[in-house]
Each structure stands twice: as structure tokens, then as C-alpha cells.
Design a protein around this ligand. Structure first.
Ligand code: ZN
Length: 717
């Protein structure tokens, strides 16, 4: 049995004492060291370059550089201090400039090519690293000869980086919203309403619903008045209008950037060395659009019927009823379907999922599946770990809400240390409001032959607790939490030698597959019931406040009723096809704007394209029926994935649904918590990170090529 007492890990955790100037200083120092190392390396004559004397020192430099860059840039997403967030954004820019500087050094490419030409016998991880690096260098312009093309290339690249940073920052920091009266917010969950900002002056008595994902989701799902949902929808689509011209410039420059390298389009350039090919993506999206169409149509028919009944029940006469489905209707009526057809009330279900119970339960699942052990680092241990570094206990994290765990292998797997897991899940101002996982310290073998252990962080933005209730996690957020923790585990169990191939450093269209696979576990009623514990059973105080709120109802059971969870899991079918179509729409938009030439990009109206494609794929109506065209909104300008990271890569989410379904159904569905299968998956897939071609990982694990059969079945049958 794993020990639950604290043991001091072989590596102390990061101390959070950074200031805006120290972040920039650390960045500059690390860059200066790296520059000096590279200055030495490029002195090697190409004829003498080998893996050992050139590539390996290069890798060690990359390892330490990534260690500093991932920490200095972390603050932009989580720091409570605006100055630190701004400094971190500045660091992102400085790091990007240095990356450009490195690839702009012609000797680097020449030396890598020289090592490749030498044809040394390398092990698989090294060979793969070398091949990938060379391809990356070619695509980043390193093989371009000196001259006007290269000069233009550098200007374009720099400008794209700047736009991505500026646009992304604007989206992250956007904190607008709309003031509504309580009447306009009819249906908005009461506990969440209490957490909203209250207005003063002319907004006296009103509540501010922000455009953050949590508030938006609550409003779309719960606000009974269509006008309220419509205003939220329209406001959200148009909240980042300053990004519109930047977006246009960005797609034109990306196309030009690809052309300068000899590619037809940005997508053509990006989709190299990936799980999928360009043709593969196009046919996958078309195929899925077709396969999801019948189920999506019947889902819409059901929602329209429900809308009609709902409006009739609200006193609207038969002749006045407009039962067409709008973009701001879908989530609301999906929730009603869940509740009415399946008697599901997500708020009631959430009462069975208090935050701490969910966290403990999910971590326990990882322990069972993958043979890892989580030990929470509490006050005394925090004090001692920080004292050893000469700091007070507050240096342990960037905010007092953050929990930290030491992660170990179970004894049967050697009992060795794996790294640190940080959880920062409560909502607060200035923190990014959508869930994600950030590895702010990579894992790698050090130059001295030791191990640098990783630190992975789960960021979420769930409601703060109130005196009457702990934070309750809705099912959707339970799923998100398991998904994002999955990314963290991918990093923590990584066994590759280099930071660049570590954990989730896989190709973009592979990285979501393992986490999406885990989401399936949250649609299994047995697993959900194990996780559940009604909050009223946590303390006499909570029981008293629950009873005060529900004076006539019988005391709730401790565990969520099994039939309720079965209905919840069955309800996934109603939403799967339409939500997949939404993903297909975003993926098609991404491919539409990124598979054009620079000339074609100039003629493109991205906002219109965004609205038109979404309408075509989802068959949901928007303001175009009133204004006559698709130019009514600029939702693309708040589409953060397009500002770097998932450009020509949004299809990743779609492929992740398809292949993760295959993995789960063929290996886990029958016995989800089978630790033997989990450990095999950990070893063959997760532990290998990005150290070999991802298709090979999947084929070896499955014993065949992955396919879409399981997903088609999940949608249709
Ligand atoms: Zn993910």
C-alpha cells in the first residue's frame, strides 16, 4: 500500500518569489547563457559535427531554456498581480524573439543537416529527435539562403508573433459583460447569481454576467428569456472587436509566410509530421459532417418540439410562436431535454459533487489506473520546503487557493518521485477563465545524469464556496477536470529523456487524444457514483443549510442515486451529434482561412466566413435572418485558438473525439478501472510522450490502425 505520509521529494518545489523585474532578468540571463552556448557550438566544423558533440549539447541547452521559459511565462495565466501578468506576456515576446534569432542562424541548420548526412547509428528517440528537428528548422526558414526572401520572411514571422501575443492577451484579459435585472436573469441558478457582481449607480440592483465561459455557459443553459440569451450571445461574439483587423492581417501574413517557404498555404505547412495529412483532415471532416447529420437533425427536431411546448407554457399563442432554433437556443433546450425527457437537473446533480470530493476521487482514479500516488503538501511540509530555500511559506504558490501534491510511483512500480501537481481551480479576477493544464517545469535527464522533475498545473475557474455550500462541480466541469488532469498525468508519467519530447510535447493533433479518452470515464455511472457525496453529508452545518433551503424534501442520500446517473450518461446521446457538428464548424473555418494563398486571404472576410460556416454545419440560425447577411458579428476575433497554437489545428479536437472513442471502447469500456490495462496504456502511450511517431504508438497499443467505427456507433446507436 502506498504511504500517505509526506516524504521529502528529491527535488524542491519552485519558490514563487518572482517580481516583474526578476521575471525579465531571469529570461534575459537564460537567453545570454544559451546564446553563449550556441556561439560555441556553431564553431564546430560541419565535417566534425556528430550527435554527441553537437546535438546532445544543443538538447541540454534546450532543456534548461525550456525550464526557465515555461516558468517565466506561467504568470500570464494565473498571477493575481497585473504587473506580473504583463511582465510574463513581455517574457513570451522575448522568448519568441530569441527562438527566431536561433533559427535565423544558418550554421544551426547546416550542422543538423551535417549530422543527419553522417548517418550515425542512433537509438530511436535520438533519430526521431534529429529528423523532427531538421524538418522543424526547414519550416521555420532556417534553410532559406540569405537575401530578400529571407529578410521578408523574418519580418513576417516577427509580425505574426506580435499579433498572436497581442490578440491572445486581449482575449485573456477581456472582462466585459452585461448588466441584467433579476427579472431578466429568470432561471439563472441562485447560488451562482449570488456570486455575481452587484451594480451601483445606474446599474443599481442589477447583476453583471461576464463573458467568461462559466457565466456564459450558465446564462445560455438557464436563462429562460430568449432576449437575455441573445444579448449575451451577441455581446460575446462582439467583445474583442479590436482584434478584427489583427486577425485579417494575421491570416494574410500566415499565407505569405508559407509561400515564402514554398508551401501552398499555411495549413499545408503546419500539417507536416503530424498524425494526419491535409487530405486526411478534409475527408475526415466531410465524413463526420455526413455521419452526424441524421442524429443532429433528430436532436434539432426534438429541441424545436420542446421549444414550442415551452413557449406555449409561457403563454405565447400558437400563431405567435417562432419555433426556429437559434444559436442562443441550443444549450438552453438541450438542458431542458436533459431535465424533462430524462428528469435531469444539472444543479441537483452538482449537489452530489463537492469540489474536494471530486478532486480526491479523480486523483484516486488515476492512482488505480496508472499506479501513481498523490500526497498533498500541507502547511508544515510547505513551511519546511520553503525554509530550505530561504523563503516563507507563502512562496509555495502564487495564490493561497492553490493546492500542491507530490506525485510518486506506487511501490510496485519502484516508488520513485515523478513530480509536482498544482491545482488552481477557484475563480478569481485576472486569472484565465477557461480550464487548461500548464506544465511550468518540464521533465528531462540533466547533463549531470540526474533527473529534472516536472511541475504540472491544472487551472480551472469554478465558483468560490459560500458559507452555506461548498463549491459544487457540475458534471461538465467534472469531465473537464478529468480531461485537464489527464494532460498533467501525461506529463508526470513521461519517461523520455528530453524536454522537447516530454509528456504532452507530442504533435498537435495527437495531444488531446489521451485526455479525451479519459472523459469517457466520466460517462460511466459506476465511476460517477463512486465519486459522489451529497454536500449535506459533509458537515452538520451544510445539512442544516440544505434543509433550510428544502424544507419539504426528504434528506438526500449520501451517494448519487444510480438511476439518476444512468439517465445522465444516456443523455450524452442528445448532445453528442450537434456538439460534434459545432466542432466540425470551427475546424472547417480554421481550414478555410488557413488553406488559402496570400492573395485569396486578402479577399477573405473572416467574420462572415465564420458565421456562414457555423450556420451551414450546425443548421442553427443567427442574426443573419434579421440583417440579411453573415456580417453581423465577429466571433472569430475572440477565437483564442486561432491566435497561435491551434491554427490549422482545430480539427485536432474532432480527431481526438474519433480516436479517443476507439481507444476507450476497445480497451477500457468493459472494465474501466482495470489497472493492468491502465498501466499498459501508461507504458506504451503516455510515457513515450512525443519521442516517436504517434501513429506508431497507437498502432502498437491497439494492435491495429485506429479508426472511426466506435465513434460512429456512439453517435448513431
Ligand atoms: Zn485538452
Amino acid at each position: 500500500m502506498p504511504s500517505s505520509t509526506f516524504r521529502e521529494p528529491p527535488q524542491l518545489p519552485v519558490a514563487f518569489t518572482q517580481t516583474p523585474s526578476s521575471l525579465l532578468d531571469d529570461t534575459k540571463k537564460a537567453i545570454a547563457t544559451s546564446r553563449a552556448t550556441l556561439d560555441d557550438l556553431v564553431k564546430i566544423p560541419p565535417s566534425e559535427a556528430t550527435f554527441a558533440n553537437f546535438v546532445l549539447p544543443w538538447i541540454h541547452d534546450r532543456n534548461t531554456r525550456m525550464k526557465t521559459s515555461s516558468l517565466t511565462t506561467l504568470f500570464k495565466s494565473v498571477s493575481p498581480s497585473e504587473e506580473l501578468r504583463d511582465a510574463a506576456v513581455e517574457c513570451v515576446k522575448v522568448w519568441a524573439e530569441f527562438s527566431q534569432e536561433v533559427v535565423a542562424r544558418p550554421e544551426i541548420y547546416v550542422l543538423f543537416q551535417a549530422v543527419k548526412d553522417k548517418g550515425e547509428a542512433l537509438d530511436r528517440e535520438d533519430q526521431y529527435y534529429l529528423d523532427r528537428k531538421l524538418s522543424q528548422l526547414v519550416r521555420s526558414g532556417a534553410a532559406l539562403p540569405e537575401g530578400p526572401v529571407k529578410e521578408r520572411f523574418q519580418i513576417v514571422t516577427k509580425r505574426i508573433d506580435d499579433i498572436e501575443a497581442e490578440g491572445g492577451k486581449r482575449i485573456r484579459q477581456e472582462n466585459g459583460g452585461i448588466w441584467f435585472t433579476a427579472d431578466e436573469l429568470d432561471g439563472f441558478p441562485r447560488d451562482a447569481l449570488e456570486g455575481l457582481k452587484r451594480g451601483e449607480g445606474e446599474d443599481d440592483g442589477k447583476y453583471k454576467v461576464t463573458f467568461g465561459t462559466v457565466d456564459l455557459d450558465l446564462a445560455f443553459k438557464n436563462c429562460v428569456k430568449a432576449e437575455t440569451r441573445k444579448r449575451m450571445f451577441f455581446g460575446n461574439e462582439n467583445k474583442c472587436l479590436e482584434n478584427v483587423p489583427l486577425f485579417q492581417e494575421m491570416i494574410e501574413l500566415r499565407a505569405e509566410h508559407a509561400e515564402l517557404l514554398g508551401y501552398k498555404s499555411h495549413a499545408d505547412l503546419v500539417i507536416q509530421n503530424r498524425l494526419m495529412t491535409m487530405d486526411g483532415v478534409t475527408s475526415l471532416l466531410a465524413d463526420l459532417q455526413q455521419k452526424t447529420a441524421p442524429a443532429s437533425k433528430s436532436s434539432r427536431d426534438m429541441l424545436r418540439k420542446l421549444k414550442r411546448e415551452h413557449l406555449l407554457s409561457r403563454g405565447i399563442t400558437e400563431t405567435d410562436i417562432d419555433d426556429r432554433l437559434f444559436l442562443w437556443d441550443q444549450l438552453f433546450y438541450m438542458r431542458l431535454v436533459e431535465e424533462q425527457e430524462n428528469e435531469l437537473d444539472q444543479n441537483k446533480i452538482a449537489e452530489f459533487f463537492p469540489l474536494q470530493e471530486v478532486v480526491d476521487g479523480l486523483l484516486k482514479n488515476f492512482e488505480t489506473l496508472f499506479g501513481v500516488v498523490f500526497i498533498e503538501i500541507l502547511e508544515d511540509a510547505r513551511k519546511s520546503l520553503m525554509e530550505k530555500q530561504g523563503h516563507g511559506v507563502s512562496a509555495m504558490t502564487w495564490h493561497e487557493d492553490v493546492a500542491v501534491y507530490a506525485v510518486w510511483n506506487e511501490e510496485a512500480l519502484g516508488g520513485d518521485f515523478l513530480g509536482y501537481l498544482y491545482l488552481d481551480v477557484l475563480k478569481r479576477q485576472g486569472k484565465r477563465d477557461h480550464a487548461c493544464c500548464i506544465t511550468f517545469q518540464p521533465g528531462f535527464d540533466t547533463i549531470e545524469g540526474g533527473r529534472q522533475y516536472p511541475s504540472a498545473l491544472l487551472v480551472m475557474s469554478v465558483q468560490q464556496p459560500t458559507p452555506a455550500k461548498p463549491t459544487l462541480v457540475r458534471h461538465r466541469s467534472v469531465t473537464t477536470m478529468f480531461h485537464e488532469l489527464g494532460h498533467a498525468i501525461h506529463c508526470l508519467v513521461g519517461r523520455t529523456r528530453y524536454a522537447e519530447t516530454y509528456g504532452t510535447k507530442t504533435s498537435r493533433d495527437f495531444v488531446e487524444i489521451p485526455s479525451r479518452m479519459l472523459e469517457n470515464f466520466c460517462w460511466d455511472p459506476i465511476i460517477l457514483q463512486n465519486l459522489s457525496k451529497h454536500y449535506s453529508h459533509l458537515s452538520p452545518g451544510y445539512m442544516a443549510s440544505w434543509k433550510a433551503e428544502h424544507p419539504t424534501e426528504p434528506e438526500p442520500s449520501e451517494k448519487a442515486p444510480f438511476d439518476l446517473l444512468q439517465k445522465l450518461c444516456a443523455s450524452r446521446k442528445v448532445t453528442l451529434a450537434p456538439l460534434t457538428q459545432r466542432q466540425i464548424a470551427f475546424a472547417k473555418f480554421d481550414m478555410a482561412i488557413h488553406s488559402v494563398s496570400s492573395e485569396e486571404a486578402k479577399a477573405m472576410n473572416a467574420g462572415e466566413t465564420y458565421n456562414r460556416i457555423r450556420s451551414e454545419c450546425t443548421s442553427l440560425l443567427g442574426p443573419e435572418i434579421e440583417v440579411g447577411d453573415f456580417g453581423w458579428g465577429s466571433g472569430h476575433s475572440r477565437f483564442s485558438h486561432m491566435f497561435g497554437g491551434y491554427d490549422a489545428g482545430y480539427y485536432t479536437y474532432v480527431i481526438a473525439s474519433v480516436y479517443s472513442s476507439d481507444l476507450y471502447r476497445s480497451r477500457f469500456a468493459k472494465d474501466p478501472m482495470n489497472g493492468e490495462e491502465g498501466r499498459r496504456y501508461r507504458k506504451l502511450v503516455l510515457g513515450r510522450g512525443g519521442s516517436r511517431a504517434e501513429m506508431e504508438l497507437l498502432e502498437e497499443y491497439l494492435g491495429r490502425k485506429p479508426n472511426g467505427d466506435a465513434f460512429a456507433k456512439a453517435i448513431g446507436g
